[in-house]
Design a protein around this ligand. Structure first.
Ligand SMILES: C[S@@+](CC[C@H](N)C(=O)[O-])C[C@H]1O[C@@H](n2cnc3c(N)ncnc32)[C@H](O)[C@@H]1O
Ligand code: SF4
Length: 434
């Protein structure tokens, strides 16, 4: 296919590698000890794969909540924490993110135990960031979240008009979700983020304007506004929508995003990543803020300089593996220095700004000698500004460069997550090359 051919060519040009393959080859404990010798600080990602219902567009690893499974999951995550805590020792953990699935399904059902165990086992120097579902945000639950040290709370709002909530099959109305966000804002977290999905089937520019103003008027500190991504292995991804694909869809998304940009900029927000806008003066809500991280739970991914590895996606297999005192890693890949550099740049483009100095500190080589030519070209076509020290993407650049990244990542994610969901312990997954 032309798409595969182009992706292989571009991947080779950027990383110097002709293949990117993850294999069933988990790192040994000795190997991990060696890797940690070069690690001064790290982040933790914890995956909670349970939801009360399954949304037709959702690509994440999740399954329906079941009480008995959740109890066993809690015990297994605790074992996994013990395993990594003995390797990480006293290295500071400077970022902690709990994502899902829906982490708040486990409130009162094990999440407290897991969070407390993490704070007891690692040298935690940060507060909790956690994702939540609007239906879980009773005042009682929000008080529990606060008492657990949650300072950054994200709420999956997704839409503010009932007809779009219906399309997404969400189980609440626009007025109910507004009340839930109101309770979150009044509870006094450091940052409340709302997730919002746009470019939905049949959505109009007027509706985007109304929803953008609605998000601002909720008094939240941040809004993350994603276009609806269609992952081929989800229900909504399989139902291709007439007249809503290719370049027309890219242009529609661009126009909708620029309506949202204008609303947020006029209301005192700045762009804190490709899709997120944060109120000036507040610290942003974001997933993992340090470049190296450990991923716990089913489908948790870990990145430690020259290796990336991924736990099995299958919840029962994840539990069984830890019950048998085995680490639940299903796939791993060793990363060449060129791949690490390309990965570094990928995430900085996502964040929309970076200092060249940070690249030089990490890779001990000049940023300009590695990527200077490409940056000059992108600056000439108005995608970024380079003042010599810092690179900042323009709004146009943030959108189009990320659309380009998505061209790879949606395909990679579909291959990796799609096959990991079907096969608990795949022998290998070929992401590019053969
Ligand atoms: C794990 S969910 C958030 C928490 C909770 N499970 C919920 O749904 O409210 C993460 C976020 O990813 C976004 N998301 C999920 N699937 C998406 C898709 N296909 N396209 C764009 N955004 C998506 C949604 O905004 C969602 O809130
Ligand atoms: S969008 Fe949220 S609630 Fe819906 S299936 Fe995905 S993780 Fe679960």
């Amino acid at each position: 296919m032309l798409r595969d051919y182009l992706q292989n060519r571009i991947f080779k040009r950027i990383t110097g590698a002709s293949r990117f393959i993850m294999e069933n080859n988990p790192p040994s404990v000795d190997n991990l000890h060696v890797k940690f010798q070069n690690i001064n600080e790290l982040g933790i990602y914890l995956h909670i794969p349970f939801c009360r219902y399954i949304c037709p567009y959702c690509p994440y690893n999740k399954e329906l909540y079941q009480d008995d499974l959740v109890k066993r999951y809690t015990a297994s995550v605790i074992k996994e924490i013990d395993y990594y805590a003995s390797i990480a020792g006293s290295r500071p953990v400077t970022s902690f993110y709990i994502g899902g699935g829906t982490p708040t399904t486990m409130l009162g059902n094990g999440i407290e135990q897991i969070i407390n165990h993490i704070y007891k086992s690692f040298n935690m120097k940060c507060h909790v960031h956690i994702e939540s579902h609007p239906n879980d945000l009773s005042q009682e639950n929000m008080n529990i979240l606060k008492s657990l040290g949650v300072k950054y709370l994200s709420v999956g709002v997704e839409a503010l008009q009932d007809r779009h909530l219906n399309t997404l099959n969400r189980s609440y109305s626009a007025s109910e979700v507004k009340q839930a966000v109101d309770r979150a804002v009044n509870t006094g977290f450091e940052c409340v983020n709302v997730d919002f999905i746009f470019a939905l089937p049949g959505q109009t520019y007027k509706e985007i304007e109304q929803a953008g103003n609605g998000l601002v008027s909720m008094g939240v500190q941040q809004a993350a506004t994603y276009p609806l991504f269609r992952f081929p292995y989800t229900k909504m991804g399989q139902n291709s929508i007439k007249n809503e694909s290719g370049i027309p869809l890219l242009l529609k998304r661009r126009k909708m995003l620029s309506i949202l940009e204008n609303i947020f900029y006029d209301s005192g927000f700045y762009r804190s990543s490709v899709w997120a806008f944060t109120r000036k003066g507040t610290e942003k809500y974001c997933s993992v803020t340090v470049p190296l991280y450990l991923g716990l739970g089913a489908s948790g991914g870990s990145y430690l300089n020259d290796i990336f590895f991924l736990n099995t996606f299958n919840v029962t297999e994840y539990i069984k593996s830890l019950e048998q005192n085995k680490i639940p890693v299903a796939l791993s890949v060793d990363l060449t220095e060129n791949m690490q550099m390309a990965g570094w740049l990928y995430w900085r483009i996502y964040e929309t700004r970076f200092r060249k100095n940070d690249f030089e500190k990490r890779f001990k080589t000049s940023f300009d000698s590695k990527y200077g030519k490409e940056m000059k070209f992108l600056s000439r076509i108005g995608f970024l500004k380079d003042d010599g020290q810092q690179i900042v993407l323009t709004d146009k650049g943030a959108y189009w460069l990320h659309a380009f990244e998505d061209w790879f990542s949606i395909d990679f994610i579909s291959k990796l997550w799609g096959s990991s969901k079907n096969i608990p312990w795949p022998e290998k997954v070929v992401l590019t090359g053969s």
